[in-house]
Design a protein around this ligand. Structure first.
Ligand code: ADP
Ligand code: MG
Length: 353
């Protein structure tokens, strides 16, 4: 069905039916001039917003609308997770090009809703208009946290250990597979099609990341992290944010970085090092955090799926140190929208899904 057959308000009505999870603290949700929302007790509000543009952040030639909806919610809620907060509400603003159908927008909201359900978050408002260019998605998430528990990028101290949840690099490999399929790249690259299940796993990790809300919350409640960030730009770039905000340096042991069997297989077939993906690749949406030595025991008793990968040092240098104690600099390599180099435009780096 064409969106023009349904009209703006018809479409909003459909979005409301599809995705507005009302909770008992949603006093006023979709349908009025503004939503009215309750926070619990003496909690403070966390607010974050993300803008996602077709052709810059995602490519609809290899991204299905369900995955796009899923990822739009996930990347936003990941920011709440990275503060240690509880996501509560979100708002979505869409600019929709005339070529898109009601069914496509519905698929977007089905994917979006799955992540909301998994994280007990309610869609409480937004805005909808037509776009003369590509699809435009803006998601705002609101969360809450006890004031003293919010975990910031600043706070890491020399001697703290560095941890990550999950596995790194899968998303970047998944993106590469999708881009190679699109461009019909042959040779070594195509050979990986023979390892279907590993490829499917990497692609899934790229299209449908899971925000680490439960882990972030556990870490915050236990009070054992001195700093935290989510991995959107890649380990090297996001660790740099922690180092900069905390005025410290860091050393990572590459052999300790957790990588999946699927990535090992893929990197081997490509003749590449897994570190190319795990250190520089973005969009894993795992949590990167630091734990003071005095809190390691308590942290380990939480049994969070996380791996120690290095430690915070004095100074401002970031380095990689391998087993032979060879030390080399770790240079932040994430994408910057306004400092483009011809070799790393947004469609080449991990900026599209
Ligand atoms: P206004 O003219 O006050 O901006 P709208 O007609 O745009 O109101 O929106 C009507 C209601 O629908 C509001 O509650 C708004 O938050 C909600 N809404 C509009 N678009 C969306 C969307 N894409 N997702 C969720 N809620 C939406
Ligand atoms: Mg409006």
């Amino acid at each position: 069905m064409k969106i023009s057959d349904l009209g703006e308000f018809g479409l909003i009505g459909r979005i409301q039916k599809l995705a507005s999870r009302k909770t008992s603290s949603t006093l006023i949700g979709i349908g009025d001039d503004a939503a009215a929302l309750k926070l619990s007790g003496d909690h403070i509000l966390l607010a974050t917003t993300d803008l996602l543009l077709e052709g810059v952040h995602f490519d609809l030639s290899y991204t299905d609308l369900y995955s796009l909806g899923w990822k739009s919610a996930a990347v936003n809620l990941s920011d709440i997770a990275a503060m240690g907060g509880v996501p509560r509400y979100c708002l979505t603003a869409l600019g929709i090009p005339p070529r898109m159908s009601v069914e496509q927008i519905s698929e977007f909201y089905r994917g979006f809703k799955t992540v909301l359900t998994n994280t007990k978050t309610a869609l409480v408002g937004g805005d909808t208009c037509s776009s003369s260019d590509g699809l435009f998605v803006s998601v705002t998430a609101l969360g809450e946290i006890e004031q003293q528990r919010a975990i910031r990028r600043a706070g890491a101290r020399p001697g703290d250990r560095i941890f990550v949840t999950g596995m790194l690099g899968d998303s970047a490999a998944g993106l590469e597979i999708l881009q190679n399929r699109k461009s019909g790249a042959g040779g070594k690259k195509a050979a990986f099609r023979n390892t279907r299940s590993a490829a499917a796993e990497l692609v899934r990790r790229h299209l449908r990341p899971v925000p680490r809300v439960a882990e972030g919350r556990k870490i915050a409640l236990a009070g054992c992290a001195s700093s935290m960030i989510d991995l959107s730009d890649g380990l090297s770039s996001d660790l740099f944010h922690i180092c900069k905000e905390s005025s410290v340096g860091a050393q990572i042991i590459p052999d300790l970085i957790p990588v999946s069997p699927a990535l090992r297989k893929y990197a081997a077939e490509q003749g590449r090092s897994v570190l190319d993906y795990a250190v520089s690749g973005g969009e894993d949406y795992e949590l990167l955090f630091t734990v003071p030595a005095s809190k390691l025991g308590k942290f380990r008793s939480l049994r969070i799926n996380a791996t120690e990968i290095g430690s915070i040092l004095n100074g401002r240098m970031m380095t990689l140190a391998d087993k032979q104690d060879k030390v080399r600099p770790l240079v932040p390599s994430g994408y910057d929208h306004f400092r483009k180099s011809p070799k790393s435009g947004p469609m080449r780096k991990n900026r599209n899904f």
